[in-house]
Design a protein around this ligand. Structure first.
Ligand code: HEM
Ligand code: HEM
Length: 207
């Protein structure tokens, strides 16, 4: 959509933040797709090549972890650290927002802060259970009885979390302009003032 020349833009996500998001998102969808083919008998039958799917799943997991590490090592770590500090603090406005009192929000609202924390916890637990599934086949001392059940439950939780995330970022009229931030790096100042008033008040425009 064309933006009127007098609309002010606020820089929202740096290249590093966007790279981290899209590496994580793309690997997630491949892992979800290949995982579902391993999980659902109908899909497994349709594809019919379980060993290949398992390889795709495990190598994507490995590539995902390496790519995340590379983005962190080569990217703007100071910025990521500042994000982490911001996300771990819940102030009175965040608590008010969660109670639907409409308090002004900083760069991330309280729901987004929770989304980041849950997403990071899920990534860690997927990696842990995935490792036991993979290595447990090779060394029986690492075979954990419930690793597969936990891995499946993590898939259910992340599936519905991402569904909600996609609704807010692609469909919901009032929030979907956020897509501009995670693709082009900037958002309109009027949108920012409405959704992230405390952040917009102190952010400086792009141009
Ligand atoms: C580092 C990350 C991950 C690793 C190392 C990993 C590893 C594995 C392995 C080794 C299996 C095969 C289990 C078997 O059938 O013997 C598996 C299955 C599966 N994975 Fe992952 N995985 C990871 C992340 C994910 C993610 C992010 C999802 C979904 C969003 C996912 C969904 C599934 C599903 C649905 C299955 C099939 C489970 C079943 O057959 O009941 N995995 N994973
Ligand atoms: C096509 C797929 C996706 C789209 C269009 C999308 C869109 C977005 C947008 C627009 C934002 C920025 C929101 C803001 O302005 O603050 C964002 C942030 C974020 N995304 Fe995604 N995303 C996608 C996939 C994913 C996936 C698969 C995950 C996790 C598995 C994920 C996790 C996150 C997290 C943790 C944040 C920061 C917190 C938040 O805004 O909720 N995204 N995404």
């Amino acid at each position: 959509m064309a933006t009127a020349p007098d609309v002010r833009r606020l820089p929202r996500f740096s290249r590093t933040e966007r790279a981290l998001h899209w590496v994580h998102a793309s690997a997630f969808f491949v892992l979800l797709g290949s995982g579902l083919c391993l999980y659902l008998p109908s899909l497994a039958q349709l594809v019919g090549r379980r060993p290949l799917l398992k390889d795709i799943h495990v190598y994507t997991a490995l590539a995902w972890l390496v790519a995340l590490a590379l983005v962190i090592l080569a990217g703007d770590r100071r910025r990521l650290l500042a994000d982490a500090r911001e996300i771990e603090i819940f102030d009175d406005d965040d608590l008010g927002w969660l109670r639907r009192r409409g308090n002004p929000q900083g760069r991330f609202n309280a729901g987004q802060k929770i989304n980041v924390i849950v997403t990071a916890a899920l990534a860690f637990l997927f990696t842990l259970t995935g490792f036991f599934l993979w290595y447990g086949e090779r060394n029986h001392a690492f075979r954990l009885q419930n690793a597969l059940v936990v891995h499946d439950w993590l898939m259910y939780i992340s599936f519905f979390l991402v569904l909600g995330h996609l609704y807010l970022s692609l469909v919901h009229r009032s929030t979907r302009h956020s897509l501009s931030g995670i693709t082009r790096g900037w958002v309109r100042e009027d949108w920012a003032l409405k959704h992230h008033a405390k952040w917009a008040a102190q952010a400086s425009p792009d141009d």
